[in-house]
Ligand binder design. Structure first.
Ligand SMILES: N[C@@H](CCC(=O)N[C@@H](CSC=O)C(=O)NCC(=O)O)C(=O)O
Length: 279
């Protein structure tokens, strides 16, 4: 059952937050859903947004300012949480921001104590589309995916592994090669164990070499992002795309940082990219 937690009118449409029991994550999950005005929600295209480390379903819906253009385009926006939460959900022993709560990395954990509830890959790729279609009556046949940082990487792998489900893709400041950077190594070691063969199945830069898609990938990256050199490394993905023959536009936006001010500045381009690809 989907319980409506909040409902606010926004640019003539409605921004809702739902809570529901997730069979995949063995607990309750929250979900932001924006329904644009004056259109048939059963046929409107859907854009899934995956947020980054420390985020909940709230960050995108309150900070990105995406609803105005979604209202104009007649596009549904869906913003899930970034990890399971609630009583009994394991967290990092030191409550570190980059592991455990708020840091699910969109993988299905195989290691203890994470494996039972940290199943964000299957939640996004399997359970959520079923809920959107069967319970909310939305059109999952026209679906794109985007996100930021950890979630930007999540969007890339969701698309590369499921190009028929998520037909269009874009990302802001994605962690393009988690196997090669501290945030990714820490999370993959904890969630997936020591065998790096398992890591490669969730690494966009490794995946694109095997699973290139026919979509045109759009990435925006702030040129003044404090995480650019150590954690994000977009040029690794650019080089892999070039080698694989994957269509990619990587835009380095001078002076922009890693924040939602950056996302709000370019979100319109991303929504139009998805609307055009899903039309
Ligand atoms: N708190 C940390 C950094 C946390 C951070 O910057 N989180 C980003 C996503 S980073 C990659 O996934 C974010 O979206 N934060 C929420 C927001 O609303 O900005 C630190 O201080 O280093």
């Amino acid at each position: 059952m989907m319980e409506i937690i909040s409902e606010n009118l926004c640019f003539g449409g409605v921004q809702r937050v739902y809570s529901h029991e997730s069979r995949t994550c063995s607990g309750s999950m929250r979900l932001g859903v924006y329904l644009p005005p004056a259109c048939d929600h059963s046929t409107a295209p859907v854009l899934l947004w995956l947020s980054g480390l420390t985020c909940t379903e709230q960050n995108f819906i309150t900070k990105a300012g995406a609803q105005r253009v979604a209202a104009e385009l007649g596009m549904v926006l869906v913003a899930p949480d970034t990890s399971p939460r609630g009583d009994g959900t394991p967290d990092a022993p030191d409550e570190a921001y980059d592991l455990g709560l708020g840091a699910g990395f969109y993988v299905d954990a195989t290691e203890s104590p994470w494996a039972q509830r940290y199943r964000m890959y299957s939640y996004i790729a399997d359970e959520l589309p079923q809920i959107l279609s069967e319970t909310l009556g939305l059109n999952t046949k026209k679906m794109g995916i985007s996100g930021h940082s950890m979630g930007g990487h999540g969007a890339l792998i969701m698309h590369l592994k499921n190009p028929g489900l998520f037909q269009t893709v874009s990302a802001f400041a994605p962690i393009v090669a988690p196997m090669q950077v501290p945030w990714g190594k820490k999370a993959f070691q904890a969630y997936l164990g020591a065998d790096q063969k398992a890591w490669a199945d969730y690494d966009a830069t490794a995946l694109v070499m095997q699973n290139k898609s026919t979509a045109h990938i759009l990435i925006d990256q702030g040129g003044a992002d404090a995480f650019l050199e150590e954690q994000l490394k977009p040029h690794l993905f650019e080089a892999a795309c070039e080698k694989a023959g994957q269509a990619l536009t990587l835009r380095i936006q001078p002076g922009y940082d890693h924040s939602y001010y950056f996302i709000a500045s370019f979100i319109e381009d991303h929504l139009r990219h998805h609307a055009s690809g899903l039309s």
